[in-house]
Design a protein around this ligand. Structure first.
Ligand code: NAD
Ligand code: UGA
Length: 475
């Protein structure tokens, strides 16, 4: 360890961005390091108010307890961005980096507007020495731009820039933060790297804190997400073949997953991957490869997203085809709208795409999700029908109004329904009383299990026609 006065001065942390990453990660640091002041700031006052209330903006198992322990002690949420920057010596940037929707690289490149604004604001408000930590997922070499902005705009401050990407998954964020597989810190200044490593070192074994150069750290984050998404697309590609041949994708996944070189995780075939990051980060990787003239590499990774789009489309087409080639005016219960279980996040949820396809066919949808509010479901559906100028046609507006209802009881959703489509793998779906559901549905009672969570045999025995992912349909 390097002996330095800089390393020994008290740490004060601020985090810009109180979203799915900023909120939970900072809450965990504050919980584990009671002597470090952690100030999380955001421009979105409504979000800050929620962080300060009993109903947090992020639904994550175990998060309430973590926040409750630290909030008011050494964890603060506010919109006082400048004050927070001024008072801290380690500043995390955890703002959103969505796919660009305009201009050069639209639909592929990451929109770095928010990152740049943060860097400029940090430069303006800082004095003394600050460590600026990229927590957001960023294209390789973004740190170079951040450094230039900081160093050229600052009046009376010096900076070290580190890359410290976040690997938590929603739904398991607390566990992932408590016992991560690794923490990655990339940087040029070994002193700054060590300072940040000391924070994580309070509860994470040092051998799990990996240090690299800046560019490896930035690229490792994109690569990890690309590899994970690739596994999902690979097993989903095989699911199509299983449906055509009579093989069972879950059996195939088990058989290959026991090979220690392959491993069992991320082999669950589904209606497609969703979430705010997989697609965004792969498209970002594709854009980078194209930028560096690596056309074949770009095409290779893009195929992961193409396969995912195919999987979502394949599922809604299967519903329409199976239900006698029309779902017009038929009632379909949609079970689950979040992009995975144990989160209220619906960004890029496959449910949005499937609902859109079914609405285009004029189906009547009754949506049930235990965590996603009705307003959010409607706003996601409206957004997906908007044209490239953000306009929603009167026809689509009306379609959503008249053909979508949202209910708070899973059994109510299936009353008088022609079909059920399971789109999120919420645990409660595993223990549903299929007899009770069957009694209230139209016949034939179709079930399309987009997550393979239902007890297929029990539902078949009860009289349902069951269509699972990666298995031929059976009645
Ligand atoms: P989010 O949209 O939930 O939160 C981002 C927050 O930043 C928003 O509340 C927004 O108001 C705020 N913000 C934007 N500009 C700001 C500014 N100039 N000043 C103050 N606040 C500002 O996003 P997220 O899901 O938390 O993701 C953040 C980053 O972390 C992204 O780069 C993402 O790729 C990455 N990431 C996300 C996850 C995840 O599970 N969601 C996991 C790992 C990494
Ligand atoms: C993912 C990564 O797992 C995290 O490591 C990363 O930090 C994060 O992205 C990020 O950068 O945002 P997350 O998207 O929250 O986390 O959730 P995952 O568990 O990875 O699931 C992503 C999607 O893939 C979900 O829609 C999920 O249902 C789907 N999935 C996952 C499958 O269809 N099958 C699987 O076997 C696994």
């Amino acid at each position: 360890m390097i002996a330095s006065p800089f390393l020994n001065s008290p740490i004060k942390i601020c985090c810009i961005g109180a979203g799915y990453v900023g909120g939970p990660t900072m809450a965990m640091i504050a919980k584990q390091c009671p002597d470090i002041q952690v100030h999380v700031v955001d421009l979105n006052q409504a979000r800050i108010d929620q962080w300060n209330s009993d109903v947090l903006p992020v639904y994550e198992p175990g998060l309430d307890d973590v926040v409750r322990e630290a909030r008011g002690r050494n964890l603060t949420f506010s919109s006082r961005v400048e004050t927070a920057i001024r008072e801290s010596n380690i500043i995390f940037i955890a703002v959103n980096t969505p796919t660009k929707s305009f201009g050069i690289g639209a639909g592929r490149a990451a929109n770095l507007e928010f990152i740049e604004k943060c860097a400029r604001q940090i430069a303006e408000c800082s004095t003394g020495h600050k460590i600026v930590v990229e927590k957001s997922t960023l294209p390789v070499r973004t740190a170079e731009a951040v450094k230039r902005i900081l160093n050229s705009s600052a009046k009376d401050a010096t900076f070290d820039v580190l890359s410290n990407p976040e690997f938590l998954a929603e739904g398991t964020a607390v566990q992932d933060l408590l016992q991560p597989d690794r923490v990655l810190i990339g940087g040029e200044s070994s002193e700054a790297v060590e300072r940040l490593a000391q924070v994580y070192g309070r509860w994470i074994p040092r051998e799990k804190i990996l240090t690299t150069n800046l560019w490896s750290s930035e690229l490792s984050k994109l690569t990890a997400n690309a590899f994970l998404a690739q596994r999902v697309s690979s097993i989903n590609a095989i699911s199509a073949l299983c449906e055509a041949t009579g093989a069972d994708v879950d059996e195939v996944a088990r058989a290959i997953g026991t090979d220690s070189r392959i491993g069992p995780k991320f082999l669950k075939s589904s209606v497609g991957f969703g979430g705010s990051c997989f697609q965004k980060d792969i498209l970002n990787l594709v854009y980078l490869c194209e930028h560096f003239g690596l056309r074949e590499v770009a095409q290779y990774w893009e195929q992961v997203v193409i396969m995912n789009d195919y999987q979502k489309r394949r599922f809604s087409e299967r519903i329409v085809r199976t239900m006698f080639h029309t779902v017009s005016d038929k009632k379909i219960a949609i079970w689950g709208f979040a992009f995975k279980k144990d989160t209220n996040d619906t960004r890029e949820s496959p449910a949005i795409h499937i609902c859109r396809d079914l609405l285009e066919e004029r189906a009547r949808l009754v949506v049930y999700d235990p965590q996603v509010p009705e307003k959010q479901i409607r706003s996601e559906l409206e957004a997906c029908f908007q044209d490239s100028n953000g306009r929603l046609s009167e026809t689509h507006k009306k379609l959503i109004e008249t053909n979508v209802s949202v209910v708070k009881d899973v059994y109510v959703s299936a009353q008088e329904a022609h079909a059920i489509a399971v789109l999120t793998e919420w645990d409660e779906f595993k223990t549903i009383d299929c007899g009770r559901v069957y009694e209230e549905m139209r016949r034939p009672a179709f079930v399309f299990d987009g997550r393979n969570v239902l007890d297929r045999k029990a539902w078949l025995d009860r009289g349902f026609e069951v269509h699972s992912i990666g298995r031929p349909g059976v009645s």
